[in-house]
Design a protein around this ligand. Structure first.
Ligand code: HXC
Length: 337
C-alpha cells in the first residue's frame, strides 16, 4: 500500500468512526430528544477546541469481524471551556447502547490519566447501558480501571458527570464516585439495572423515570446535584459550574470582573428578615442580595430543602454558601441536610 493509499484508508476509517452506530441509530437518538456524543461535545466546548484521542480504537466484541466499529462506543479527548483546558469523554449510545468494553474503558482511562497528570477537570458525558455483555469479564475489569482512577483523582481535580440517557450498572457507579452529577429531565436515568430486569427478577413493575429519573435523584436520593430541562441548558450549566471552580487542588478559582462592589450596602435585608423569629422567610432572598449581581448557583436545589448550599462570588472571588432555610422544617438540620 502506498503512503497515499494508507492516508486515504485512515481517512475512510475516521469517517466511519464519526458515524457511530450508523444513520438509523443517530436518527433514533434524535427522535428521543437526545443529541449524539459528538454534538454534545461541540455544544459544551469552546468552538474548534476539541482534540480527539484514540479515534480509531475498534470494538472487541468480535475481533475477527469485518463490521468492527471504529471509535467504539465513546469519543474521548481534550478541549477548552472559557479558554481553560478540560479532558472529556462522551459515551455513544448508538454503538452497543454506549456500553463499556475493553477499548471503551482504555480510552476513558487514558483521558482520565491525562486530566490528572495535567491538573484539569474531567468531564464525563454518560449515555450507557453499563458493562458490555458480549465482552464479559473484560468489561468488568475495565470498570475497575475507571473506578480506581475516580478515587485517585478525588480531591485532586474536579470530576463532573453528566447523565444524558438511560444509564445502568457501571455507567452509574463511576458517576456516583465523582464530585457533581447533572441530569436532564425526561431523558436521563440512573439505575443499577433497567425496569425490565427488575420486573423479571422481583415481579415489581416500575418505569425508567420512577426508578432512576432526574426528579427521583434530585429530590429523593440526592444523588444528582443539578437538573435541566434539556441537553443544551444542561451543558450551559456545566460551563457555569466550571466558572466557579479551580482546575485542580493547587490552583485558585478564576477571578471574574463582576462589576459589583464589596462596599455595596444591603439596605433592604432588614425588610426581609422578620422581627419575630417565629416567622419564616426565604434565605435565598438574602443570598441573592449578598452575592455579586445576585448570581447564585444552587446545588441540590430540590434535596434537603431545609439547607441551601451553592456557589457565588463576592468582589469577583468564588465563595461557597451554606445557609439554613427557615422556609422548610424551620431550617432545622436533619440527616439529609
Ligand atoms: C451490550 C447493550 C447493553 C449492555 C444496552 N445494549 N445495554 N449491549 N451490553 N449492557 C444495547 C441493546 O441490546 C440495544 O441493542 C441497544 O443497546 C439499545 O438498547 P435498548 O434496550 O434498545 O434501549 P432502551 O430501551 O433505551 O434501554 C436502555 C437500557 C437497557 C435501560 C440501558 O438497554 C438495559 O436495561 N440494558 C441492560 C442494562 C444493565 O443491566 N446493565 C448492567 C450491566 S452490569 P440493539 O442492537 O438491540 O439495538 C454492570 C456491572 C458493572 O454494568 C460492575 C463493575 C464492577
Amino acid at each position: 500500500m502506498s503512503i497515499q493509499e494508507r492516508l486515504d484508508y485512515l481517512h475512510e476509517l475516521k469517517e466511519r468512526a464519526a458515524l457511530g452506530g450508523g444513520t438509523d441509530r443517530v436518527k433514533a437518538q434524535h427522535e428521543r430528544g437526545k443529541l449524539t456524543a459528538r454534538e454534545r461535545i461541540s455544544l459544551l466546548l469552546d468552538p474548534n477546541s476539541f482534540e480527539e484521542l484514540d479515534a480509531l480504537g475498534a470494538d472487541m466484541s468480535d475481533p475477527s469481524s469485518e463490521e468492527r466499529l471504529y471509535g467504539d462506543a465513546v469519543v474521548t479527548g481534550w478541549g477548552r471551556i472559557d479558554g481553560r483546558a478540560v479532558c472529556i469523554f462522551a459515551q455513544d449510545f448508538t454503538v452497543f447502547g454506549g456500553s463499556l468494553g475493553e477499548v471503551v474503558s482504555e480510552k476513558i482511562a487514558k483521558a482520565m490519566d491525562l486530566a490528572t497528570k495535567t491538573g484539569v477537570p474531567m468531564i464525563g458525558l454518560n449515555d450507557s447501558g453499563g458493562a458490555r455483555i458480549q465482552e464479559g469479564v473484560g468489561s468488568l475489569a475495565g470498570y475497575g480501571e475507571i473506578f480506581y482512577r475516580n478515587v485517585q483523582a478525588s480531591g485532586v481535580i474536579p470530576q463532573l458527570s453528566i447523565i444524558m440517557g438511560p444509564c445502568a450498572g457501571g455507567a452509574v457507579y463511576s458517576p456516583a464516585l465523582t464530585d457533581f452529577i447533572f441530569m436532564v429531565n425526561g431523558t436521563s436515568q440512573m439505575f443499577l439495572t433497567g425496569p425490565e430486569v427488575i420486573a423479571s427478577v422481583t415481579g415489581e413493575e416500575t418505569t425508567h423515570e420512577e426508578l432512576g429519573g432526574a426528579n427521583s435523584h434530585a429530590s429523593k436520593s440526592g444523588v444528582s446535584h443539578f437538573t435541566s430541562e434539556d441537553e443544551q441548558s444542561c451543558l450551559d450549566d456545566v460551563r457555569r459550574l466550571l466558572s466557579f471552580l479551580p482546575s485542580n487542588n493547587m490552583d485558585d478559582p478564576p477571578t471574574v470582573d463582576t462589576g459589583d462592589s464589596g462596599e455595596r450596602i444591603l439596605s433592604d435585608i432588614l425588610d426581609i428578615l422578620p422581627e419575630d423569629a417565629q416567622n419564616p422567610y426565604d434565605v435565598r432572598d438574602i443570598i441573592e442580595r449578598l452575592v455579586d449581581n445576585g448570581d447564585f448557583m444552587e446545588i441540590h436545589e430540590l434535596f434537603a430543602q431545609n439547607i441551601v448550599v451553592g456557589l457565588a462570588r463576592i468582589e469577583g472571588n468564588t465563595i461557597g454558601i451554606v445557609a439554613n432555610q427557615p422556609l422548610y422544617l424551620a431550617g432545622v438540620l436533619d440527616i439529609d441536610s
